[in-house]
Design a protein around this ligand. Structure first.
Ligand code: PAF
Length: 287
């Protein structure tokens, strides 16, 4: 695996591959990798000749400077993991490579997609994500970009950004990777107590119950689906629910009716042992 730290050396390497007719897949990350990230890399490797993974802890998407300082940076371990799946290039830039002082500002209209759910908890977060992903794409110029469904709001916002850029980059949404008991993989899961860890799979169980309700009813009602989820979460002992919303997958607007959308997604965050656990399920996506 080549480890490249500056834009020019990365672009030189990628131009050589491009001139040989090779396709480039790109997986942006902030490091502290887990199985979920590796799944993105493996999918990118299956579909491209060359895969670039970036590890860059982006300061502009943190609201709290303390969180930025505390963000884990296990770089040796990350490199081993990337090598183990066959990633060819790791891009590991300094802040000055990504944000030189003369970098023009980018402004996208996010049509409010950045405001609900995670955006309400972390004002400005998605503007920082858009800024860094835009910049990384400008540097890497991949054929395909891989993002996890787990951060569904982030995925939708990047999809909107690419539409606004009229970009030819193919955005691939990679399904959530789960533990055997259904808990979505996350680097935060290790912070759960044994009791909390035992409770956490309930989140996926409830999302599946909502999916079953929507699939099995002739006229499912979005408000009833949400009520069912809240009731079940409480019944199974999860009281601290940050949010549970059924939204349109393109606009992230709360769905008043399932008839009003061809793409319905249930998104939730619950807090167990003080750990925010994020999960979602695509209820339907019709053409
Ligand atoms: O999901 C992440 O790890 C980050 O938000 C991303 C997309 C790498 C941008 O910094």
């Amino acid at each position: 695996m080549q480890v490249l730290t500056n834009n020019q050396s990365l672009q030189d390497a990628l131009n050589t591959f491009r001139n040989e007719g090779k396709t480039i897949g790109f997986v942006p990350t902030m490091g502290a990798l887990h199985e979920g990230h590796l799944t993105l890399i493996v999918e990118a490797l299956q579909e491209n000749d060359i895969v670039v993974c970036s590890i860059f802890v982006n300061p502009t998407q943190f609201n709290d400077p303390e969180d930025l300082k505390k963000y884990p940076r296990p770089i040796e371990r990350d490199m081993q993991m990337l090598k183990s799946v066959g990633c060819q290039i790791l891009f590991l830039p300094e802040v000055s490579e990504i944000y030189p002082s003369d970098l023009p500002e980018v402004n996208f209209d996010l049509y409010g997609l950045d405001l609900p759910m995670e955006g309400a908890k972390r004002p400005g977060h998605f503007k920082g994500v858009v800024q860094v992903v835009h910049r990384l794409l400008e540097i890497v110029k991949p054929d395909s970009l891989y993002m996890g469904q787990k951060d569904f709001q982030q995925y939708s916002i990047i999809a909107l950004m690419l539409r606004q850029m009229k970009s030819k980059i193919r955005l691939v949404r990679v399904p959530i990777v789960r533990e055997d008991d259904g808990l979505a993989m996350s680097s935060r899961n290790v912070r759960l107590s044994p009791e909390g860890r035992a409770k956490a799979p309930i989140i996926h169980k409830v999302l599946k119950e909502v999916e079953y309700y929507v699939e099995s009813q002739p006229f499912p009602d979005s408000k009833k689906a949400k009520e069912l989820a809240l009731e079940l979460l409480k019944k199974y002992g999860i009281d601290n629910i940050d949010y549970f919303e059924i939204v349109d997958g393109h606009t992230l607007q709360v769905l008043q009716s399932f008839d009003a959308s061809n793409f319905a997604v249930a998104c939730t965050v619950v807090v167990i042992d003080g750990v925010r656990l994020l999960d979602n399920i695509i209820l339907f996506e019709r053409n």
